[in-house]
Design a binder for this molecule. Structure first.
Ligand code: NAP
Length: 281
């Protein structure tokens, strides 16, 4: 792969367009200096990383030396922009458009990652959506799409991770502190997030003996459109007031915690739900 410059290509798999950006970086073993990342020889795949927590995580892991696969559902321009940012900082990345609710697309997402980088060591199952309504008003379509993306989609990603992550790797699934806060209108969304905690705990046991640590991460409120869309400034201020650290989270707060779990120091945290919320719960 060293020095390759692949043209962007498109294949259609199960009706889902898959894209892969140019691989424009030098050899995997290239050492860099100063602020440039030093390759650690490992690969991270972060679903839903065109923006928000996933984008911050992709950039942070690239800074830590991982070659990174950036994934989006719709926003290819944003995904390509994250790749450009990583490359400009001296890192290595590709982007792949794949809807995680489609198991064939998820398989292809992993295939593209392995083709580009030779394997996968870290998987962050981060792609997610949130639709809020009281039970009496929640539509079939919104409920189904949340289950399809958050619960089934993450299952497809974790299943592929279970098959492919190399020994010593890390697998993370994004839950939410809403599983504890349990606010009105959040019921169906919270249920799809609670599933991540059970997925991670059981998968950690199934992968025993391979030093692969599997955890759920449960952010509190984080400053992304998933949280802010549809909320008034007063509602957001209410969450800020209830957070002991005196602000809502930023995507980098969560990315930093994910990076800590992915580091060598994180190996003994396994099968847990790690609450990253500034103390709101
Ligand atoms: N923000 C919070 O307060 C908060 C709190 C707790 C937990 N979380 C969890 O953290 C994760 C990330 O949230 P966020 O706030 O960063 O969300 P966000 O800013 O809305 O970003 C969502 C990301 O997921 C991608 N995505 C959505 N549906 C997808 C699909 N079907 N297949 C592939 N990618 C898909 C989006 O891609 P496109 O750009 O192509 O749409 C985007 O990259 C979610 O699982 C969420 O439940 C968030």
């Amino acid at each position: 792969m060293s020095g390759q410059n692949k043209m962007p290509r498109r294949t259609v798999l199960a009706g889902v367009a898959m894209g892969s950006a140019a691989l424009a970086m030098g050899p995997a073993s290239a050492q860099t200096t100063g602020q440039m990342p030093v390759s650690n020889g490992k690969t991270a795949l972060v679903t839903g990383s065109s923006r928000g927590i996933g984008a911050a995580t992709a950039k942070r892991l690239a800074r830590d030396g991982y070659a990174v696969t950036v994934n989006c559902e719709k926003n290819r321009d944003l995904a390509a922009g994250i790749v450009r940012e990583i490359e400009a900082a001296g890192g290595r990345a590709i982007w792949v458009q794949a809807d995680v609710s489609d198991p064939d697309a998820v398989r292809s997402l992993f295939d593209e990652t392995e083709r580009a980088f030779g394997g996968v060591d870290v998987v962050v199952s981060n792609a997610g959506i949130m639709r809020l309504a009281p039970f009496s008003e929640m539509t079939d379509a919104d409920f189904s799409r949340m289950v399809d993306v958050n619960q089934k989609g993450s299952f497809f990603v974790l299943r592929e991770a279970a098959r492919r992550v190399r020994d010593g790797g890390r697998i993370l699934a994004l839950s939410s502190s809403i599983t504890q806060l349990r606010r009105p209108t959040y019921g169906p969304y919270a249920a799809t997030k609670a599933a991540q905690e059970l997925f991670a705990n059981v998968l950690a046991k199934e992968l025993g003996g391979r030093m692969i640590s599997v955890n759920a991460m449960a952010p509190g409120v984080v400053n992304t459109t998933l949280f802010t869309d549809g909320k008034t400034p007063e509602q957001i201020a209410g969450f800020t007031a209830r957070t002991p650290h005196g602000r809502i989270g930023e995507p980098t707060d969560i990315a930093d915690a994910i990076a800590a779990l992915c580091s060598g120091d994180g190996v003994w945290i396994n099968g847990q739900t790690v609450f990253t919320n500034g103390g709101i719960v």
